[in-house]
Design a protein around this ligand. Sequence first.
Ligand code: LLP
Length: 425
Amino acid sequence: MDHFEYRDGVMYAEDVPLMQVAERIGTPCYVYSRATLERHFRAYSEALGSHPHLICYAVKANSNLAVLGLLARLGAGFDIVSVGELERVLAAGGDPAKVVFSGVAKQENEMARALEVGIKCFNVESLPELERLDAVAGGLGKVAPVSLRVNPDVDARTHPYISTGLKANKFGIPVDEALTVYERAAALPNLKVVGLDCHIGSQLTELAPFLDALDRLLLLLDKLKARGIEVEHLDLGGGLGVPYRDERPPAPFDYAASLLERLSQWQGRQALTLLFEPGRSIAANAGVLLTRVEFLKPGEEKSFAIVDAGMNDLIRPALYQAWQAILPVDTRTPRDTGTYDVVGPVCETGDFLGKERELAIAAGDLLAVRSAGAYGFVMASNYNSRPRPAEVMVDGDRLHLVRRRERLSDLWAGEALLPEPEEAR
Ligand code: LLP
């Protein structure tokens, strides 16, 4: 459920008609709904109820400070993958003690900064990373809290680019090596084992892979306990899918409830805090990308609707052949319906937002690309020297600009000309 809906033929974000956003801010522009973000976050926390838990929103999905600040106020923790994400969380008022640090290539300076601010846990993905973390912590006179990210070898049955829990993926420590690596972690002087972690992929639409992973992790916890290693928390990662089209993924409430149900059969459950790292299921359907039709270009084989947003603004369709709904913002004026490829201004054939869409539109109309709140702006680039779009957050009938549109001069900020050639001096 989200707060983007038609009222009398006009699409609204909460109580703001999207035309108003375009008039005030221009296009292309990302529009987020505060109430939707809050609703999705609460769905997790309500399902988990009184069971000890922490929801660590995956910052990579949408790292705008307003989004992070809102979630921080709701009590969220954060899953980060770089020191840049850590500094964003801190700038947004997030609590470092609720931060978990994932990622396969943590740099020494990143580890040091995370230790300095006192994060909750490092999700360590390999033996050499474990050794590096021990050395960095030792150098600072600190003890680093660690989980191992274990790769449970379950098939998430999602797009291969966003499946991470198989043996063939670069992520995590294979489940059958985990015991040995845990023993090493327990023996290193500057580390404290606090958890067990996994993340099997993104945009999962079924519960079975999550439950399989949970079963494998609980087995591993039993084995660890037998060797005298006990953990405080189990981090099940992110990955719950969202309906982009006709997928029917479990709702966050049902997902969390069924994991709790499975956990209830396991002895030791009360002492185990559950962590989640959801990104997409909180942010995706809390945002749209607003774009304007520049030209309609009818053709013999194909007709194109050329819009002012391109693959540099939203790369998911081009990169993953992802399908996202594209809807006209104002349907009050009757228009002829056509079948269009909705394409952007970038000089690449792969620059499309949607293919073969039935749309009743004319040049100058506004379109909303739905489900663009996650992995939208964060993956935007300046390709073709296009300034990145503005981001706004709607809250009831108010509109807040939460990131201004980049200016042309931002495009080359930080660049430099070569010195004059010798002979010209
Ligand atoms: N935790 C870890 C360790 C992750 O790698 C990810 C996502 C998450 C949590 C959050 O997963 P989510 O709940 O959002 O599924 N750019 C792709 C998605 C890449 C996901 C990468 N990892 C897309 O646009 O579909």
